[in-house]
Design a protein around this ligand. Sequence first.
Ligand code: AHG
Ligand code: MN
Ligand code: MN
Length: 335
Amino acid sequence: MSSRVSLTRYLVEQQRLHALIPANLRLLLEVVARACKSICQAVNKGALGGVLGTAHSENVQGEIQKQLDIIANEVLIEANEWGGHLAAMASEEMDGIYVVPNRYPQGEYLLLFDPLDGSSNVDVNVSIGTIFSVLKKPEGSAGVSESDFLQPGRQQVAAGYCVYGPQTTLVLTVGDGVAVFTLDREQGSFTLTQENVQIPPDTHEFAINMSNMRHWDTPVKRYIDECLAGSDGPRGKDFNMRWIASMVADVHRILTRGGVFMYPWDKREPDKPGKLRLMYEANPMSWLVEQAGGAATDARTRILDIVPGKLHERVSVVLGSKNEVERITSYHARL
Ligand code: AHG
Ligand code: MN
Ligand code: MN
């Protein structure tokens, strides 16, 4: 008898033991995991599947879409629209919300996703992923509209990501810590490989796109300068740098061995609060990081407390090892 725990068993036990997962949320998470397996197959085929390259179209953010951005978006919609668990979906790749069509029953959940995170890495065979966030539709509202989605991240009922790398790994929280599942390609199922993930509070590793240095705000520059000064500087220790340019892969490293990830506001586009999107990138990642004992702020306030004003709102992100995030946030507070 194998003692391996599948994603299904994990979810059933969470439902039974902790009453954290109603049946429809369990269905939703299983469907998202199934969609991630399909996306994984498309990613793995690469040039053989004709999925590389750009799609010659733009999304609502004005970014050129990759073919895989569109494929992953379609896979997630087709997998999720018919099950009766969702009222609507929202995605980085769609301007407005996608309401579940009338021919299917309407559920009580709202699903948000970044179908393919790290698009610039698709063609160069570097880890990419899918990020998702689940909210409950507010009670009493008839139908469903964009305003139903505009809830702070602390109201998420589930969040996670799947990283398509040397291993395909699904990382999930339903508010009871962080669990990691690895895709067993022979069995075709996600198997629990780590529970109760903990991010060490201290680190000597930071992740930031250094090419933007000249555009940074003073506190960010101060923090990185102090790291770069190493054992000769005020921190008294040497730091290492990593930047994969796929948030999923950078956050996965931080959940695995600690570190701090930053995509701060900068002077390139001063009217935008940051590059990353609050509702389907920063919120799910921030909840995972907090559930693993880390912290996440927009350099001033807790990300999960931000009330979104619009679906595709952007935000500055500082997340990871708690003491480091608090240090960076305190540098901003003194301004
Ligand atoms: P996406 O591919 O979904 O648009 O997200 C890319 C994001 C994020 O994954 C990554 O951390 C960051 O953009 C990389 O930005 P730079 O290219 O500016 O380094
Ligand atoms: Mn992304
Ligand atoms: Mn994306």
